[in-house]
Design a protein. Structure first.
Length: 311
């Protein structure tokens, strides 16, 4: 019998060394450094009625709920708990999208973070979203952000500059993030894209993630694109705005929404923010990156794993 996986912390394969919070229905943006949690079924897997532990308590908080035919001695119950895995060195499960067809490969010791925080052996030319089963090519002159403040999988231009109107805040000429749509979002790619582009504009050109004003605030916007688009063999939808700011050249924001490449095909939101003007990335790079999104493991076409994109 299949049981829903209860809320809890599970290893996050999109950021080895971290755990991500599963709210009982979907993955959230909340992450924390990996703790020695016990082995337990990941969300979307067929599980026994055992409820995984939460937080750093791990095994001590685990409840073994089962109906057992016959008498069960205390020694057998203890043995069963050990077999399930406790905090003392148990193997860790891998996080993945709800409804995934199969779990990702187990993470061994060779995938532990390197001293600079990046997972050993990672390909620097791609942004890998394990939770949604996709990769995005990282353009030349861009970098992957290992520990983003807003806890979204992120890549951005390597060069920084003082934000117009907030010289103490550093800005980037281009930023791209990915996330899984949650229960607060609409239910179709078109509606989610229409909603998310508003938040994308606010986040990129009004206030940063901790509420500091940047670019002198948003003054106005103009929608420049709203259309269905094919992404990694699936039909999605994008909305693009050109925004005018109180200071600086303004920019372009885009929200792209499409079904995940894995499991139940939950919706993925890819958000773009490019500065306008001569220092910003060329606008056509948005389309190039969208065309370069691939299911994990698809390296036979341009933009897949191992391919880079010129700025």
């Amino acid at each position: 019998m299949s049981y829903p996986t209860p809320p809890g912390w599970y290893p996050d394969t999109a950021a080895p060394g971290n755990e991500r919070w599963w709210d009982g229905t979907s993955w959230t943006a909340h992450t924390r450094p990996h703790t020695a949690a016990a082995q337990q079924p990941g969300p979307g897997r067929t599980a026994s009625p055992a409820a995984p532990g939460r937080g750093s308590g791990g095994g001590s908080g685990r409840i073994i709920a089962a109906v057992v035919a016959g008498a069960v001695v205390v020694g057998a119950a203890v043995t069963g708990a050990v077999l399930l895995g406790r905090d003392d060195g148990g193997q860790q499960p891998q996080a993945r999208s709800s409804g995934s067809a199969k779990p990702p490969a187990a993470t061994g010791g060779d995938d532990s973070p390197s001293p600079d925080g990046s997972p050993a052996g990672d390909d620097p030319t791609v942004l890998v979203d394990q939770l949604n089963g996709i990769t995005l090519p990282i353009p030349d002159g861009w970098e992957r952000v290992e520990r983003p403040v807003d806890e979204l999988l992120t890549m951005r231009t390597a060069d920084t500059y003082s934000c117009p109107g907030a010289s103490s805040v550093m800005c980037y000429h281009g930023t791209v993030t990915t996330r899984t749509a949650n229960g607060n979002d609409a239910t179709t790619p078109e509606k989610i894209a229409e909603q998310d582009v508003v938040a994308a504009a606010d986040r990129a050109y009004d206030e940063d993630v901790i509420g500091r004003p940047i670019h002198g605030g948003l003054m106005s916007h103009k929608q420049t694109a709203a259309t269905a688009v094919s992404v990694a063999g699936r039909t999605g939808y994008l909305v693009r705005w050109k925004v005018v700011t109180g200071k600086g050249p303004g920019g372009y924001v885009q929200s792209l929404v499409f079904p995940s490449a894995v499991g139940s095909e939950s919706l993925v939101v890819v958000r773009y923010a490019f500065d306008a003007g001569p220092d910003g990335p060329r606008l056509s790079l948005m389309d190039t990156l969208t065309q370069g999104i691939r299911p994990i493991g698809d390296s036979e076409t341009s933009g897949g794993v191992g391919s880079s994109v010129a700025p």
